[in-house]
Each structure stands twice: as C-alpha cells, then as structure tokens.
Design a protein around this ligand. Sequence first.
Ligand code: SF4
Ligand code: SF4
Length: 181
Amino acid sequence: MGEKKKKIVKTIKVDLDKCIGCRACEVACSAFHANPKYSSINPARSRIRMVIDELNDVYVPVRAGDYTKAECMGRDKCTIDGKEYDEWCFCRASCPSRELFKEPDSGLPLKCDMCEDDPPQKEPLCVQVCRHDALTYEESEEEVGEEEVKLGEMEIGLESLVDKYGMQKVMDTVARMSKNG
Ligand code: SF4
Ligand code: SF4
C-alpha cells in the first residue's frame, strides 16, 4: 500500500442565521479576482453569489463549485420555512443550464479557489469582509492515499472551451495565436 500523504482541508462554514444579505462577500470576491487585482467590482464575476429572498428573510451565500459540461439528470427542490425554492438555487456547479458562475465576457466557468495567492491571504476575502460572522474559515489536516491532481483555472477554462468548440478548433486557434504572437 502506498504511503499516506497529508493535505490541508480548507473549509468555509456558513451560518445562515447570521447572514443579512449585504453582498459584501460578492463585492470583495469580484474585486480580488479582477485583472489587475482590485481594479473593478462586478458581482457577476464573483465566485460567491447570494440567493436573496427578502420577503421570506432567506439569505444564502453559495460558492462556485466544479465546472460540469452536462446538465444534471435529476432536479432538487428545497423548502425553507414552507416556501419552495427552484431546483438550481443552491447548486454550486457552473453548468450549461444557467448563467451563474460564468465569467460574463468570455462565458468561461468560475470556481472558488479559496483566494489562493502568493503571498497567501490570512483568510479568504469573503470571510475577511463578512462583518456578521456568517462566514468562518477553518483548516484541518486529512490523510489521503495519493496526491490529488488539482486542475488550475486555465485547465478548467480550456476544458470548457474544448467542450464548446472541439479540440481541433482550440488547437488551431492556439497555433494561429502563437504564430501571430
Ligand atoms: S458578507 Fe456575510 S452577511 Fe454579507 S451577504 Fe456575504 S455572507 Fe451574508
Ligand atoms: S474563498 Fe475567495 S474565491 Fe472563494 S468565494 Fe470567497 S472570496 Fe471568492
């Protein structure tokens, strides 16, 4: 059996009773991921989005999860305090069914990267700006069998381009760009 490795598990805990729907987390996330950093604010680029239902006092922050090329086969419905919410409301995936968690200009998928950066942040930005302690950050250690292969942002973006246009077209475009570049 292979040697066990340790990995740091990063968790953001959400306390829905404390969230007031101020959307500071969306603002901070989009500013942190702007290019150059902090040059613009656009919640549509945020990797955390709020599901807000003021009438029913429901505020749910949802962080972007993995990109998936297929629409899901089954749908969920959630009932909170007697009100039924659409099946997609709380889903974290960037997928073909909806515009959520897609970069608004390019359409490329967005995924929460826990604000990993160099130098590292003391906590993810959304946690830092949440004045109501609805978001709290935790790290723990976990043993894993093999080191997981982690896809970077560029690989996820390329994967979605290949899904959309096909491998040949992406390769031809890259070849043409590198000739021009
Ligand atoms: S910053 Fe905190 S309180 Fe405000 S919307 Fe985000 S999670 Fe909720
Ligand atoms: S951890 Fe960072 S990337 Fe993820 S939602 Fe929060 S601010 Fe955005």
